[in-house]
Design a protein around this ligand. Structure first.
Ligand SMILES: *Cc1c(COP(=O)(O)O)cnc(C)c1O
Length: 465
């Protein structure tokens, strides 16, 4: 467990104030109101070590968001650093169009090995959004290439509040109103179903007596319209961006059963949940589910480089064999990038060497125990958790579950307080989100939870009662 290199000493030749000025002058940050950003001094991360990040002033922070859910084994892990350096000594990138490369071959084999049984083929891309685009296009073309062709099967079913990325196709199957609504006229239409948001159950029922009645509409729509439906797109076990909405037991396997029953493809977006994040290699493993298409990205390279993959079954792959027109005409310039694949191979190697999954299961129980007391606070409505993903939903009124007004920015206030004490987290509205790297030790998890708890307590004192 001592895979971390000693501190890098090479300092930036530019002063922190210069960098700070240039950032605000030249860089447009994602998901960021730049007017606010320009008014503040940006946090500039210069280096990382294990689960710590260091800014240009040398301040040290716990990486409580795993650098937005990508980092698994910590920063500057020796095995990952070495794998990338060794690959760099051979070649950084060569195309998969008309040529193959050792890292992309070996990684595909490894991915097939570790993924749910029945997934046999790997199609590479660069990001979560593109992995989803690939799955959607494969699904549509798959139905077109059946004999006889099933061209009517082109609709997708999706969940409310789903997030699958920011490109047009992935937004179409998304349901994050704030991000997607203004583009709705440009997006293809989908069949949206309620999310299994138990804390705010759309049916006002309770699990388990509800017997997951929120799935009845899925059965209903599949039985009536399966001839027009290409696939069901789902984030298995946890709808992450939606606010760490965890699905009740049996939900995912029921979705699988219904998809099979009505001959509709199941597309599992494991961009956030894949690679141990939920305590199993893939979230689908929790319910022994094999999707028809599996999308992975974020953790694939251990959080080092952008790389994504869409895995699928032999049945789907074979539908693309034959005449030239049957080709899957899709690809990106950096598809199967060698550095990314080398990092991903090293990532999977670490899982074995460091017995990552076993430790995540242990740490996940600890995390749950550590966060549980938060539920007692007057501003905490719900504490949700699956593996190393946790969401703490803040409410103005615990009884009625009334949220705070957006203008109150409670999530943001708590994150700011955490940062003052050395913990970086990124809230989603009023859901405080903690996603520690899988490598977090017991001590580090205790530290994170103690900073977070104190920040929530401070927030309790500042609210007008
Ligand atoms: C982050 C995320 C995506 C998008 O991935 P990018 O790499 O940011 O394009 C898609 N699906 C889920 C579930 C995600 O969490």
């Amino acid at each position: 467990m001592n895979g971390f290199k000693k501190k890098a000493k090479n300092k930036s030749p530019f002063s922190s104030s210069t960098l700070s000025k240039w950032d605000r002058k030249y860089v447009w940050h994602p998901f960021t109101q730049m007017k606010e950003w320009e008014e503040e001094t940006p946090l500039i991360i210069e280096r990382g070590d294990g689960i710590y990040l260091y800014d240009i002033h040398g301040n040290k922070y716990l990486d409580g968001s795993s650098s937005i859910w990508v980092n698994l084994h910590g920063h500057r892990h020796r095995a990952l650093d070495t794998a990338i350096q060794e690959q760099l000594g051979k070649i950084a990138h060569s195309t998969l169009l008309g040529a193959a490369s050792p890292p992309s071959i070996l990684l595909a084999k490894e991915l097939v090995n570790i993924s749910p049984k029945g997934l046999t083929r790997v199609f590479y891309s660069d990001d979560g959004a593109t992995a989803v685009e690939v799955a959607l296009k494969m699904a549509i073309q798959y139905w077109q290439q059946q004999s006889p062709p099933q061209k009517k099967k082109k609709a997708f079913v999706r969940l409310d509040a789903a997030y699958h990325g920011d490109t047009m196709g992935s937004m179409s199957v998304g349901g994050t109103a704030r991000f997607h609504e203004r583009f709705r006229p440009l997006l293809f239409s989908t069949i949206a179903l309620d999310a299994p948001y138990c804390y705010r159950c759309p049916l006002a029922l309770r699990f388990p007596s509800c017997r997951t009645a929120c799935l009845d509409p899925l059965e209903d729509v599949l039985s009536r319209r399966h001839e027009q439906i290409a696939g069901v797109v789902i984030e298995p076990m946890v709808q992450a961006v939606a606010g760490m909405i965890t699905q009740p037991p049996g939900y995912l396997s029921r979705v699988r059963t219904l998809c099979s029953q009505y001959n509709v493809l199941l597309i599992a977006d494991e961009v956030a949940t894949g690679f141990g994040r939920t305590g199993t290699m893939f979230a689908c493993n929790h319910e022994r589910v094999t999707p028809d298409l599996l999308c992975v990205a974020k953790g694939l390279t251990g959080g080092y480089l952008p790389l994504a993959a869409t895995l699928t079954t032999e049945r789907i792959y074979e539908a693309f064999l034959g005449e030239p027109e049957k080709t899957f005409f899709h690809g990106h310039s950096y598809t199967g990038n060698a550095l990314g694949c080398a990092a991903a191979l090293a990532n999977l190697e670490i899982f074995k060497k460091e017995k990552t999954l076993a430790r995540v299961r242990k740490q996940s129980m600890l995390l749950q125990a550590l966060l549980k007391p938060l539920a007692e606070l007057p501003i905490v409505g719900d504490v949700r958790h699956c593996g190393m993903m946790a969401g703490i939903e803040l409410v103005k009124d615990k009884e009625t579950r009334e949220p705070f007004p957006l203008s109150e920015r409670m999530g943001h206030k708590i994150a700011t307080e955490c940062r003052r004490h050395g913990l970086l987290i990124r809230p989603i509205g009023d859901i405080v989100v903690l996603v520690p790297p899988l490598a977090a030790t017991e001590r580090q998890l205790r530290k994170m939870s103690s900073i977070l708890t104190k920040a929530c307590r401070v927030a309790c004192r500042t609210i007008p009662l």
